[in-house]
Design a protein around this ligand. Structure first.
Ligand SMILES: [Zn+2]
Length: 286
């Protein structure tokens, strides 16, 4: 039997009465035969009774049904991990100097007699973890609603580039960004989001074209900008646009080991938007 199922099964039977165990075993075998026989599993299709017979044998016990649900969840989710790489939307997090601060407040409260709690939010689009729309750095650039959502969903590689003021092509060669369409750079230089940094690592001018030639479509960083914080002409933003690469900023990659993941970091469909907050997660691939 598949090791994952075996472990989950051992876990489950320790939580069942002997009477439930018989029905539970039958149901588990039936369910997994159903899913795995077609994929040449070693489970024996003749070992289990019909699904309805097995289900009926369990109907008497709610606790057995609950155990089965948790068992199936363990089998399906074991090994998959989700990293939340989003900086919380909170007034404790510092905004870009001079930009609109984040503010959330409740305009209606149940405790004050309202039928529900209702909040409102005021924020720069570039507060916390966010996507930059090309309109942010070019008058004719795409606005947030026009950027294809598929840019922000799919395979992504986290590359560690710690302790560098300038991130060069050579640094990226060490970690091979080829054959990936989304690259997330973990500089490790910003761990405290309540303080705005005076200086941050930046990409060397030839890195955007290099990444573009590698087929990269999205660059994310654990930094508030892809350019130096006092830059006015934003050369790296423009070079990335020229290379057809979109940008995610202020990711929290502090807990994420370098490697390959699935990224989900969808911006809001803000018509005319220059950017958008995102809820960014990385999901392990196995
Ligand atoms: Zn931004």
């Amino acid at each position: 039997m598949n090791t994952k199922i075996e472990i989950g099964f051992s876990w489950a039977v320790t939580r069942l009465s002997p009477a439930d165990e018989v029905g539970f075993s039958a149901l588990v075998f039936t369910v997994f035969n159903h899913f795995f026989v077609a994929r040449s599993s070693t489970l024996n299709p003749t070992a289990a009774p019909s699904l309805s017979a097995a289900r009926n044998s369990l109907l008497v016990s709610k606790s057995a049904q609950k155990t089965l649900r948790r068992f199936l969840r363990k089998c399906c989710l074991r090994g998959m991990k989700i990293y939340d790489i989003t900086v919380p939307l909170s007034a404790a997090v510092v905004e870009w100097p001079g930009d609109t601060a984040y503010n959330f407040s409740l305009t209606a409260r149940i405790r004050d007699g309202a039928s529900c709690n209702v909040g409102r939010m005021v924020s720069s689009m570039h507060f916390g973890t966010h996507a930059d729309a090309p309109f942010h750095y070019g008058e004719t650039g795409l606005t947030m609603d026009a950027v294809p959502p598929e840019i922000y969903v799919g395979p992504a590689r986290v590359l560690a580039v710690p302790g560098r003021d300038l991130i060069t092509i050579e640094n990226l060669h060490e970690v091979d960004p080829t054959a990936v369409t989304r690259v997330l750079l973990k500089t490790g230089s910003r761990l405290d989001h309540t303080i705005f940094p005076k200086k941050i690592p930046v990409l060397a001018p030839d890195v955007p074209a290099f990444l573009g030639a590698c087929g990269v479509k999205l660059l994310g960083l654990d930094l508030p900008s892809v350019d130096q914080v006092d830059s006015k002409d934003l050369p790296i933003h423009h070079a990335l646009e020229k290379a057809d690469i979109y940008i995610l900023e202020n990711l929290d990659l502090s807990a994420v080991p370098p490697g390959d993941y699935e990224l989900i970091a969808l911006p809001l469909k803000i018509v005319g938007g220059d950017g958008s907050p995102v809820r960014a997660i990385l999901r392990t691939l196995k």
